[in-house]
Design a protein around this ligand. Structure first.
Ligand code: NAI
Ligand code: MG
Length: 326
């Protein structure tokens, strides 16, 4: 069976790390057909649109999408793309690897972030000169869905600790809804869990990440806390993510287009390659996903390494080393 994969490299280092992930997928014994689509700042400059209709269609009709990163147009690209694939769950593992100088070497966290509402619904307005508002939408249905997904993920991937992050002491109605719905799911399942106020959680994650496993969060909290966790394990060059819906999914590194290093050929391809490993899991190729993760882990441990990890290797050197290990 051939799987059609939409490949959207985007801008900046997206153009450099996306081919690395495609090379890795091509090295496996799985039939893929890669179809490339355009999105981001460059195509907006050309056509006036950051996410052309044909790219939307491509993502919608493919079995899965690999997305690199967009630049200034990121919100105009990734928010609609997540919608096109119907993804309600954003999964962001943050794992510390042996051999790397991680701030916290015992980190093995997975953020399960609600991906459709919260403060990212885009309902913003300027109601008067210098006065702006934002409507934060939280529904019972979306909160239950993300909680179900998070508890399933914990079970399937062997995580004992599940934490529901919230700020229901202040956002009593909206985060109150999120917390109530998530706790109701936990009670119905008879699952063990903890709850944590998201600000205090940020501090605890820095000091004791080993106390946590799967963290179920509202949209904004998941975005911020997962970047924080990236810092614990060695930087954004290491964090993959999956945007998962009932019938489709999109895989992307957590990082952006990194204009400060774009064009130099030194971007760390690990986050993107690990995103491809999550794509493999999603399509049912768990063994291949593990093989890719093992290869990346071995290269991170023994080198070569890109400059963000203290080395002087290029994106291509690292990609080749991963391919050699496969
Ligand atoms: P960024 O993730 O692009 O870069 C932050 C820092 O991490 C930079 O110093 C960068 O060099 C480094 N970095 C990131 N990925 C790396 C990699 N693979 N290897 C080595 N170093 C890496 O975030 P920033 O600087 O906040 O945003 C830059 C642009 O990216 C902005 O235009 C922003 O809108 C966009 N962006 C896009 C996202 C997306 O498409 N999903 C997500 C985040 C930002
Ligand atoms: Mg982010």
């Amino acid at each position: 069976m051939t799987h059609q994969i939409a490949v959207i490299p985007g801008d900046g280092i997206g153009q450099e790390v996306t081919p690395a992930a495609v090379d890795v997928l091509n090295a496996l014994d799985v039939e893929f057909e890669f179809v490339e689509g355009e999105a981001g700042d460059a195509v907006k400059e050309e056509t006036g649109e950051a996410l052309p209709q044909e790219t939307r269609d491509l993502a919608a009709e493919s079995d899965a999408t690999l997305f690199g990163a967009a630049g200034e147009t990121a919100a105009d690209v990734i928010l609609p793309l997540r919608e096109v694939v119907g993804s309600f769950a954003n999964v962001r593992p943050a794992v510390s690897y042996p051999g790397l100088d991680a701030v916290q070497p015992d980190t093995d966290l997975v953020f399960v972030r609600e991906n459709t509402e919260g403060v990212y619904s885009g309902i913003e307005s300027e109601i008067a000169d210098g006065v702006t508002t934002l409507t934060r939408v939280i529904t019972e249905e979306a909160s239950r869905d993300i909680a179900e997904f998070g508890f399933d993920y914990a079970e399937e991937n062997g995580y004992d600790d599940v934490t529901i992050a919230h700020k229901a002491n202040v956002m009593r109605t909206t985060d109150g809804e999120f917390l109530d719905a998530a706790e109701a799911v936990a009670e119905e399942r008879g699952a063990d869990y903890d709850t944590a106020l998201m600000d205090a959680l940020a501090m605890h994650l820095i000091m004791h990440p080993e106390d946590y496993g799967v963290i179920i969060c509202p949209n904004l909290a998941g975005d911020v806390l997962s970047d924080l966790a990236a810092g614990l394990v060695g930087g954004l060059g290491l964090l993959p993510s999956a945007n998962v819906g009932p019938d489709n999914a999109l895989f992307e590194p957590v990082h952006g287009s990194a204009p400060d290093i774009a064009g130099e050929g030194v971007a760390n391809p690990s986050a993107m390659i690990l995103s491809a490993a999550m794509l493999l899991d999603h399509l049912g190729y768990d063994d291949e996903g593990d093989r890719v993760r093992d290869a990346v882990e071995a290269v991170l441990d023994e080198g070569p390494r890109t400059p963000d990890l203290g080395g002087d290797a290029s994106t291509e050197d690292v990609t080749q080393a991963v391919l050699d290990r496969l």
